[in-house]
Design a protein around this ligand. Structure first.
Ligand code: PLP
Ligand code: TYF
Length: 400
């Protein structure tokens, strides 16, 4: 049966982890996968998460099947977080225009949305940014869509090719699904500005494109409200229908619990009810219904004022530490005598930096110095700390 099965290539990012784990170099540093580590190099367990888990254990309940669309209080909490802090969002929620389902991480939200869209509009094309998170291409391809790119990164100028992005969106056929990073672009670290978002939104609207926002890093850029403001802009501009995938993997440091959601904004309450019924079929025929624990933890934190405040503090702590590492990295590269300008690192946001280093340099960083980043030049700034940064700076200084 399996004699003709080919060996699939490993995930370029997750595969790096295996290589890292096998490396005997005691000074090795993993800047590959997008995971936040604290200054001690440890994966944090947030205090708000621990407290919520304690509460849940103290009042332990049996584990029946969840509804297909997940825990109602969780879906409501997600809506509150994504749409509830500004008037246009509150109005959309009050009008019943938003269908939200619990999903298996942000990836699950993307996948449920992709499968639903494929049934709805099988002839559509998908556009992702050039470059994008590799799984965007894989996931929409697997859902049956042709996937192409819109211009985004400008390697020569270490910034964005915004004119190219607008031109590509302008040239897209009506109904094209456009995947957009809501904030903290993975892998480049470059986000468009609020006024550039307005221009993008105007084109999406005028051309009848289908926006699919991926929000995997809310709170890692400038703050929870600041990073979420793009949703307000879509609603304020009168975009009737769009998709938002939410991930709590990073913002709650709950990677392994697979906590995420998909929200679909619709033109009316009636539309939202019909869309929800279709999302539920997609879920039911894939994995029936989602798991309980992670969503219960997140709902408990978001709905308990003291825990919510603690979460906001802890998330701010992660955000501030990453910004400090950006500044430190840029400063230390100058201090190490590196002539090349790396100040762009402080203008990028979120967990990643497109360092501008090429594949050969990234390979040298790995083989000679045990510094693991992605071949594209992407490094995870959120894995730098005061102990490993000097080694990383010295290594980069040697390869540039
Ligand atoms: N979208 C982007 C842009 C990401 O970087 C990630 C990273 O993991 C995800 C989605 C997936 O998140 P999750 O782990 O919650 O599935
Ligand atoms: O980009 C990253 O590193 C994270 C983690 O297939 C990740 O988003 C990477 C690859 C993948 C799933 C998650």
């Amino acid at each position: 049966l399996f004699s003709a099965v080919e060996l699939a290539p490993r995930d370029p990012i997750l595969g790096l982890n295996e290589q890292f784990n096998a490396d005997p170099n005691p000074a090795k540093v993993n800047l590959g996968v997008g995971v936040y580590f604290d200054d001690a190099g440890k994966l944090p367990l947030l205090a708000c998460v621990k407290a919520a888990e304690q509460q849940l254990t103290d009042a332990a309940k049996p584990r029946g099947y969840l509804p297909i669309d997940g825990i109602a209080a969780y879906d409501k909490a997600v809506q509150g977080l994504v749409f509830g802090s500004f008037a246009d969002g509150q109005a959309a929620l009050a009008a019943g225009r938003v269908a939200t389902v619990q999903a298996l991480g942000g990836t699950g939200g993307l996948k449920v949305g992709a499968d639903f869209l494929k049934k709805l509009n099988p002839g559509a094309k998908v556009l992702i940014s050039d470059p994008s998170w590799e799984n965007h291409r894989a996931l929409f391809t697997n859902a049956g869509f042709p996937v192409e790119t819109y211009a985004y990164y400008d390697a020569a100028n270490r910034g964005l090719n915004f004119a190219g992005m607008l031109a590509d969106l302008q040239a897209a056929a009506a109904g094209t699904i456009v995947v957009l990073h809501a904030c903290c672009h993975n892998p480049t670290g470059y986000d468009i500005t609020p006024s550039q978002w307005d221009e993008v939104i105007a084109v999406l609207k005028a051309r009848g494109l289908v926006p699919f926002l991926d929000m995997a890093y809310q709170g890692f850029g400038d703050g929870i409200a600041e990073d979420g403001a793009v949703i307000r802009q879509f609603l304020a501009a009168g975009v009737e229908s769009f998709f938002v995938a939410t991930s709590f993997s990073k913002s709650f440091s709950l990677y392994g619990e697979r906590v995420g959601a998909l929200s679909v904004v619709c033109a009316s309450k009636d539309e939202a009810a019909r869309v929800l019924s279709q999302l539920k079929i997609t879920i039911r025929t894939n994995y029936s219904n989602p798991p309980t624990h992670g969503a219960q933890v997140v709902a408990t934190v978001l709905d308990t004022p003291a825990l919510r405040a603690q979460w906001e503090d802890e998330l701010a702590g992660m955000r501030v530490r990453i910004k400090q590492m950006r500044q430190l990295l840029a400063d230390k590269l100058v201090a190490a005598g590196v002539k090349q300008d790396f100040s762009f690192i402080t203008r990028q946001r979120g967990m990643f930096s497109y360092s501008g280093l090429n594949k050969a340099q990234m390979e040298r960083l790995r083989s000679e110095f045990g510094v693991y980043g992605v071949d594209s030049g992407r490094i995870c700034v959120a894995a730098l700390n005061t102990r490993n940064i000097d080694g990383v700076v010295a290594a980069i200084a040697k390869v540039v």
